[in-house]
Design a protein around this ligand. Structure first.
Ligand SMILES: Cc1cc2nc3c(=O)[nH]c(=O)nc-3n(C[C@H](O)[C@H](O)[C@H](O)COP(=O)(O)OP(=O)(O)OC[C@H]3O[C@@H](n4cnc5c(N)ncnc54)[C@H](O)[C@@H]3O)c2cc1C
Length: 283
């Protein structure tokens, strides 16, 4: 299991926001937008797949948002945001030329270096694909370092699927891409059902497979159960957790999970660490 020691400081002045200008804004679904941001002072930052920033538009509040761009590109900071409340609605209404405030990057990344040599299965639902997109791009760019790469992705309906063009491109680059939706009309020719069912179809080799999960907590619990049934042990499953966050740097304590702080010790954890805490009701 990975040790939960404190990470390196994210930045010299992690509470001081930097100004980023919206270069492009693309609507992905009815409530989700992808924003490409460029640093107003010209310096973007390097990040590791799975890290997040504290992002704000105007005075509507600062919220944690995962970086969803290619980690090989530091000229542009990419975020995919679902409008669920005041802060995310303000971010989603930003248009090219608008300036947002950004702090980060923060958090522990997906263990993409540590799992070299493994078959990697990425299992995700809804907006959960955004925090995993940098990891997928890293895996595909360095495909020779990994075994079989599999994506299991579920959304409520076909029009809620994120990045449909990228899903096709990743399949063309050799990823085994399985997509499912909870419900669809007759025009949908793909799978209907929950992501858990895709685990059974994917025929994973448990001794070689490592899983990375992000999505609603209930989806992750059921996916872990299905992966465990396939023989994959909890220390080979990694999940990104969401908790209410304010400072992003382990000072305020809002995002406590068990003995850890999600902003500092997560958001990515091995399931072997999470399982005992998630067994406690309302932790
Ligand atoms: C590490 C991390 C990475 C994240 N990455 C992304 C991302 O890439 N894209 C994205 O769209 N969102 C992401 N989120 C979730 C995002 O931070 C919340 O949606 C946001 O804080 C909501 O703020 P709000 O003011 O718009 O809405 P609020 O008024 O605060 O909340 C609206 C609704 O969303 C629920 N909610 C709020 N915050 C969370 C949360 N953290 N987890 C679960 N439910 C919540 C509330 O209970 C309420 O029902 C991430 C969260 C974390 C912790």
């Amino acid at each position: 299991m990975r040790a939960l020691s404190p990470p390196e400081p994210a930045a010299a002045a992690p509470m001081v926001p930097a100004a980023y200008r919206v270069a492009r804004a693309r609507q992905d679904t009815s409530d989700t937008w992808t924003l490409e941001l460029s640093a107003c002072d010209g310096d973007a930052f390097a990040f590791a797949p799975g890290q997040f920033t504290m992002l704000a538009a105007g005075g509507a509040g600062e919220v944690p948002i995962s970086i969803s761009g290619d980690p090989a590109r530091t000229d542009m900071l990419v975020h995919t945001v679902r409008a669920v409340g005041p802060a995310t609605r303000a971010i989603c209404t930003a248009r090219p030329g608008d300036v947002l405030s950004v702090r980060g990057p923060f958090g522990r990344p997906w263990p993409v270096e540590e799992i070299a040599g493994a078959d990697v299965v990425v299992a995700t639902g809804g907006i959960g694909l955004a925090p995993l997109r940098p990891a997928i791009l890293h895996l595909l760019t360095h495909a020779e370092r990994y075994g079989r790469l599999t994506l299991l992705y579920g959304a409520r309906t076909p029009d809620q699927l994120l990045y449909p063009d990228a899903l096709e491109a990743w399949a063309e680059r050799g990823m085994d891409v399985h997509v499912t939706v909870d419900s669809a009309g007759p025009e949908w020719l793909g799978h209907v059902g929950v992501v858990t069912r895709l685990v059974r179809r994917a025929a994973l080799a448990p001794a070689r497979a490592v899983a990375m999960l992000c999505g609603p907590e209930i989806m992750m619990r059921f996916t872990v159960a299905a992966l465990s049934e396939s023989g994959i042990s909890h220390d080979r499953i990694h999940a990104s957790m969401e908790r209410n966050m304010q400072c992003g740097i382990g000072h305020c304590g809002h995002c406590q999970l068990g003995p850890t702080l999600v902003c500092r010790d997560g958001p990515v954890y091995p399931w072997s660490a999470l399982a005992p805490w998630l067994a406690i009701r309302e932790l």
